[in-house]
Structure formats: structure tokens, C-alpha cells
Design a protein around this ligand. Structure first.
Ligand code: ATP
Ligand code: MG
Length: 392
């Protein structure tokens, strides 16, 4: 009697002809997620099965797989021969731990191997009898059973389980292209990256720093955050771009009330060029309407105007509280709130414009020839390969 994991996938069934591709990607992502726990992962008829995990690591493997985008749910299951005697014995063993007190149950059966000698209804009924006889603490409740005993008779084997652990959902990373995350070290941008990756998009990331106005530790914090996001999103190329020259020039030469939005425009321009060079098809930011002066509707329009790539802002309608909740869920919050300066906060204007006009900002930007500085920033950018395997 083997212990295995039975994995159901989320939206992949929607994908018609692409389905085998999506399934393969999901299996690949699952293999990466369980590494280095030994496992054999196989697809079978609309499910994925994880075999050969050492028993003492099964729970750990299940948890890791639940966090893979594309996974709907995971059931730790007993995998047995398709033989009625064996199935009865497995069901009895399976529920043994749950019947030390009186409880209610119901049996469910699925039979994709139609050659199996009993119908689904027969299986349910007979299994119900067996369990009722074995355990006086059990009573049947067909409407709200506390214990759901399921048997699935498939081509390869029969699988029995009582638990269904919820997966994160979404789609396997890599099935929906690639996008460039502008990551700042704050609370919002890592969450924004997570949300887009959850839709199957793989990530690259860019961070702007301003030595000596921002510290080395602020940069380390961004690297740390990127590592956490990579646990979910897969490997991430993180581009670290020096922004000091551009920032000082904006500060000296452009109207002070516009500095934040101008900085944002230049960040977007640089991010877009790196995105184009590395095959990313969109930009991602952690902005939400009205959160700060640079995120009013007018400011967002001015930021968008700087680039032609689509800009994804998955947090656009979120309150800060909701974003914090997500950051806690995905494990980035504690790192995000470490108090190191971000380059935007160092140069924050006293009276930022809240209703900037696109034409006005274009004109302010044209006061300086930023092109050589942009080129220099890109040329000297450092690319760090952040592996999903760095953290345990
Ligand atoms: P966050 O928590 O992401 O820092 P925030 O509310 O502090 O968000 P801002 O500082 O106004 O927001 O920045 C808005 C967005 O611009 C960020 O979510 C991020 O996508 C991008 N951004 C800001 N600063 C940087 C930076 N230094 N490097 C890269 N991207 C940045
Ligand atoms: Mg910020």
C-alpha cells in the first residue's frame, strides 16, 4: 500500500488544445517545487500523481505542491491494487485515525476504469457497509459528513483519500509569457509580482538604487524580497540599476513639485528598454489608485505616457490593508518593513503635484537630455540570477 499525492489542477482544463503543454509545464513546476525531496511525478487522465516520496516527507511535499501556481488541490492518498478486497482493507486503514470519537461519514466513488467489476454506486454502498461494520463510532450523514471517504478507480490503480488540501490556483508559471517587475523594497511591488506570476507569467525584475543616498542594505533587502517571490514565480533575473545621476539631475534641473513623477517616468523608460532586451512583454508596478501623490489618476497617466509596453498594476484597486495581508500570506511583509531608505523617499518633494499634466511633464523632461544617462545606467546595470532554490 503506497502513500502518494493526488493533485488536481486549477484552470488548465480551460485550455483546450494547449492542455498537454499546460500539463507538462505544471509537472515541471511541481518537480522544481518539491526538489530536493525525492519524488516521481506523473500525469494521468486529468490528474497529476506524486509517487515515491519518503513517507516522513509527504506532508512537506504536499505543502510545497499546494504553493505551485496551477494547483487546485492536493489529496494525500493510498494507492492500491484495483481489487475489492484490497480496497476495503485500504479504506479501513485510511479512516482508522479519524474514528476514535463518534463521527459522521459518507463515501464517494469515481471509476474511470469502466472494466472494474463494480459501478461507482456499488462501490460507495459496499464501502459504507464495510466501514460501518468496522467502526461503531461511525454513522452515515449524506448531507454534511465530517469525514468524506473517496475512492477513485483509475487505469493504473485505485486511490483512496479523506483530505483535500487547497492549492493556490492560478496557472503554471511560463505558460503566459514574461513581464518585468519594478521592485522597490516596499510592501507593494513584491505582492504585485506574485499576483502576475500567479497568472502564469514568468518574471524579470529591475531595481533602481541611488548610492550613496541609499544603502547597500536597502539593495540586499530587494535581493531578499526577489528570492521570496522566486520561490513562487521561478527563477528571476534581477537587474540592479544605478539611478543616482538621473535622480540628482532631476532634482537640480526640473521643477521640484514634479520630481517624483519624473523619476517614475525615467524608471519606466529604463525598465521598458531592459524588458525589450530580455523578452518581457509588459511592466508590472505595485501602484494603487490614490495611495500617494504619484499614484493619482493623473500621475498614473503621466507614468504610462513614458512607455509603450502595457503596464500591469494588479494592486490598482487594493487598500493598503489588503496588500499587507497578502504580503503576510506570501511571506514578504517582514522583509519589506525593514527600515532601509528607498531612492524615492530620499528625494521626495515637499509639495508634490497631484494633478500633473502629460504635456507639462514632457516639457519638464525635455529640459534635460536624459538619453546619455539612460544609456549609461543600462550599460552599467548588474544582472543577478535569482534562483528559486536559494531558500529552503
Ligand atoms: P512599494 O511598496 O512597492 O515600494 P510604494 O507604495 O512605496 O510601493 P512608490 O514608492 O510610490 O510606491 O512606488 C510605486 C511603484 O514604483 C512601486 O510599487 C514599484 O513598482 C515602482 N518603484 C518605486 N521605486 C522603485 C525602485 N527604487 N526600483 C524599482 N521600482 C520602483
Ligand atoms: Mg516604494
Amino acid at each position: 500500500m503506497k502513500k502518494v499525492l493526488l493533485v488536481r489542477y486549477a484552470e488548465i482544463h480551460l485550455k483546450g488544445l494547449n492542455r498537454p503543454y499546460f500539463e507538462r509545464m505544471l509537472v515541471d513546476r511541481m518537480k522544481q517545487a518539491v526538489h530536493p525531496i525525492p519524488a516521481r511525478i506523473e500525469r494521468e487522465q486529468g490528474r497529476v500523481f506524486v509517487y515515491d516520496v519518503p513517507e516522513d516527507r509527504l506532508e512537506e511535499a504536499a505543502k510545497k505542491i499546494c504553493a505551485v501556481f496551477g494547483v487546485h488541490s492536493v489529496s494525500p492518498a493510498l494507492c492500491v491494487e484495483k481489487d475489492w478486497e484490497t480496497i476495503q482493507k485500504a479504506a479501513t486503514d485510511l479512516v482508522a485515525a479519524d474514528v476514535d470519537k463518534p463521527t459522521t461519514f459518507k463515501c464517494f466513488a469515481k471509476r474511470s476504469d469502466k472494466r472494474f467489476g463494480m459501478t461507482s454506486e456499488q462501490l460507495c454502498r459496499e464501502l459504507g457497509h464495510v466501514l460501518l461494520e468496522a467502526y461503531p463510532n461511525l454513522t452515515v450523514d449524506v448531507h454534511h459528513p465530517k469525514l468524506k471517504v473517496t475512492v477513485e478507480v483509475r487505469q493504473s490503480s485505485a486511490f483512496l483519500f479523506t483530505k483535500e488540501l487547497r492549492g493556490v490556483g492560478g496557472m503554471p508559471v511560463g505558460t503566459n509569457g514574461k513581464a518585468m517587475l519594478l521592485i522597490s523594497g516596499g510592501i507593494d511591488s513584491p505582492v504585485a509580482g506574485y499576483m502576475i506570476a500567479k497568472r502564469g507569467v514568468s518574471l524579470a525584475a529591475v531595481h533602481f538604487y541611488s548610492y550613496p543616498y541609499t544603502s547597500e542594505r536597502a539593495r540586499d533587502k530587494v535581493v531578499e524580497l526577489t528570492k521570496i517571490v522566486a520561490k513562487f514565480a521561478g527563477d528571476i533575473d534581477l537587474y540592479l540599476v544605478s539611478f543616482t545621476d538621473i535622480q540628482l539631475t532631476i532634482y537640480e534641473k526640473c521643477p521640484s513639485s514634479e520630481t517624483t513623477v519624473l523619476m517614475r517616468r525615467l524608471m519606466m523608460k529604463i525598465a521598458e528598454r531592459i524588458a525589450n532586451a530580455c523578452g518581457a512583454q509588459a511592466l508590472i508596478t505595485g501602484e494603487a489608485i490614490g495611495q500617494v501623490a504619484s499614484q493619482t489618476m493623473d500621475s498614473l497617466a503621466c507614468t504610462d505616457d513614458a512607455v509603450t509596453l502595457p503596464v500591469f498594476r494588479p494592486l490598482i484597486g487594493f487598500d493598503k490593508e489588503e496588500i499587507i495581508e497578502r504580503a503576510q500570506q506570501i511571506g514578504t511583509f517582514d522583509t519589506s518593513i525593514q527600515p532601509y531608505e528607498d531612492c524615492c523617499t530620499v528625494f521626495v518633494p515637499q509639495h508634490p503635484v497631484t494633478r500633473p499634466k502629460v504635456e507639462q511633464l514632457r516639457a519638464s523632461e525635455a529640459l534635460v537630455d536624459f538619453e546619455p544617462m539612460i544609456e549609461k545606467a543600462i550599460e552599467s546595470a548588474e544582472c543577478m540570477k535569482i534562483s528559486q532554490f536559494v531558500l529552503d
